[in-house]
Every structure is written in C-alpha cells, then in structure tokens.
Design a protein around this ligand. Sequence first.
Ligand code: HEM
Length: 392
Amino acid sequence: MELEPAVTSAPPTAAPTAEAPAQAPAKLEPPGAPGSRLRRLYEWADERLGLTELRKFAAKKTVPEHRHAFWYYWGGISLFLFIVQVLTGVLLLVYFRPGPEAYDSVRRITYEIHFGWLVRSAHSWSANLMVFAVFVHMFSAGLMKAYRKPREFTWWSGVVLLLLTLGFGFSGYLLTWDEVAYFGTKVGIEVAEKTPVLGRPYANLLRGGPDVNENTLQRFFALHVVIFPLLFMPVLVLHLWLVSKHGNAVPPSEEAKPAARRKSVPFFPNFMMKDLAMWLIALNVIAIFASFFPWQLGSQADPLKPAPVGIHPEWYFMSSFQVLKIFGDWFPGAAGEMFGMAVFTLGLGLWFLLPLFDPSSKNGRRARLATYFILFALAVLVVTTVWGYLAL
Ligand code: HEM
C-alpha cells in the first residue's frame, strides 16, 4: 500500500527557528480515490491506529538542507549498525556457550554451522564499523555545535552511548577466548587498572579476581548480552526522542543566514529515503568485508603461555594505549601511567561538559576555544592511533 503524503511535492521550506516557525503542512489527504478499497482499508486502520496523527507528525518534521547536511546521516548509520549487531548477536547466541566451552563453540560456529562464519564475520565487522560511525557522528555533531542549548541532554546521552559502544566492543572481544583476545583483554584491563583510586577495585571486579580467567569470561558475557543492552536501550530511546523533539541543529555558518534563505526538506519521505539509502550502503560495506575478509579465529588461549609479541588492544583503544605508553616513557614507573589515566579522565570530563562551556550561539571566544578543543581531540586520536601501530 502506498501512502501519498501531501507534503512530498512541497518545495523545500525554511528551517523552523524561533524567528521563522515551520510552514504549516498542507492538508493530508487519505490515500486512494474516495470509496476505493484502498481508501476504505486506510480508514479502517486509521480509526484503530491513528495513522493520520502519525502522518501529520511525520509531515511536520523537517531536516535542514545545506552543504554540511551529509553529516546528519551518521547518527542513522550508527543506529543501523546497532540493529545489525542485535540481529547477528541473537543468531550467535543460538550456538555460543560461555564458560569452558566458549572457544570450542566459536570454532563450531566458524567451521561447522551453516553460514555461522558469515554471521560471526558480519557481527565483528559491523561492531568495528559501528565504533567508527559513532566517532564520525560525535565529532561532526560537535563541530556543528549541536551540543548547544537546547541539545545538552542529546550530547550527554550521546557520550553515554559512546562509552557503552566501547564497552560492547571490549566485552565482546574476549568471548572467543583465542590468544589475541585473551592477551588483548589482559593488557586492556591492566591499563584501566592504572586509573587513580578506582582503577584497582574496578579491574578486580571486572576480572573476578586478580587474573583474567573463566570468571572474567562469564562476567564479560553477562555485560555484553544483558547489562550493556539493558543500559543502552533506554539511553538510545532518550537520545532519539530528544533528536525528534528538538530537530536537527544547523551549523553556525547556516545559522548566520537570514531565516528566509535557509532550506529544509520533509523528513518523510524525502530524508528518510536518503537515510535508508545510506543504510543500504552500510549493509553492502558489511557484506563485502564479511565475505571477502572473513573474521579469523586464532588458537585457543593458554594463560600459562607468555603473551605473543606485539600484543595490542582493538584499534579504537589504540590511542589510549599509546598515550599511556608515551606518559610511561616520560615518567618511568607507575607514576607515568597513573598520570596518563588522570589526563584521560580529565579529558573525558571536559568533553562531557562542553555544552556548559560553550552554551551560546554567539561566535565568541568560548565558541572558538570549543572548536579548537574538538579539533585537538580529533588530532590526538588520529595521530596516537597511527603512532601506536607504527610503534608495535
Ligand atoms: C550508538 C550510538 C549513537 C546512536 C545510535 C545515535 C543516533 C543518533 C541519531 C539517529 C541522530 C539523528 C540524526 C543525526 O543528527 O545524525 C542523532 C543526533 C545527535 N547525536 Fe547521536 N547517536 C549515537 C551516539 C552519539 C554520540 C557519541 C554523541 C556525542 C557525544 C551524539 C550526539 C548527538 C547529537 C548532539 C545529536 C543532534 C544532532 C543535531 O541536532 O543535528 N550521539 N544521534
């Protein structure tokens, strides 16, 4: 059945702002000719489900259009990749067994179960792509100054989503229990342990003792499939509700234009179709990576063996790993790494507080400082990641 929203053909309207409210949407006609089967079916469903209300809401929602609008797709791409994670994760759960059989169950999924390799490969590639998409989305939202009033809670809920996304990656990595996963996690937790005050008790809680062993695997499993999803879902709902409530922010260069010169397109169906096209591209990227570069499984972890040379965490933790190494070289002993973790914690705190530091839409000194801070964080992230790989 086709819906024919009357706004589809409407020319782009000015972005809704305090000075220039959104144009009233044209009257919504029900689909089909009067008396036709389609019209009657629609009216039957409308009476019970309130479809016209939904269409009115969708028709009112607009998305600004300007030369930076490309960055609006990245939140949606992150969302799509999260959905892929849930679907492939549930399929993996059918055969995955936590505990002493973890490695064997992953080996079966990879080599014996029909298409098991593909589902596992898609889950792993999509996890990495999701982290990448979330980073792109966060930095672009930051540079568009989308954290400013009234979007402070959108930013704060986003920071929580970022931390949970990284948590998903970290906890999922260990579950295969192969050599690289085991030693990578061991190193990762040892790094977090250096955080002043809370590091040691937190690391012991995570490991279930002083060493990474089966207790750790069980805890990571609980985090990965129960606790993190339970935390992620309500924060995601809040994030999306806030986006829908406040609409998309426009970057300062657009805001400076007179309201009459700003353009926007209806969300439904115009922007949603483009969003879906992006999702299709993302699905193709996953399919290409997952089938041409299937995710590998190393040999089973042996905690008694020495760590293989060049062991390192996942690429998205490489930056923190390298920064700690640098601090460790500058200030030998535990002091260097502790100092490094303190700097990290401070950096994250400042990142969280950004909306309070730069709340106004006037482009003054604070706005410039906030932009420099975001660019500096991006540069540190990229340079230390590359440096980390070169130094292996
Ligand atoms: C799994 C993680 C995330 C998902 C699924 C997600 C999803 C979305 C979606 C669908 C949108 C609307 C489309 C858009 O503007 O891109 C959005 C907007 C937004 N997100 Fe996220 N997001 C995530 C993480 C983050 C992070 C880490 C931050 C920043 C710390 C953040 C900050 C924002 C802001 C400020 C907006 C409003 C943008 C605007 O008004 O233009 N999000 N998010």
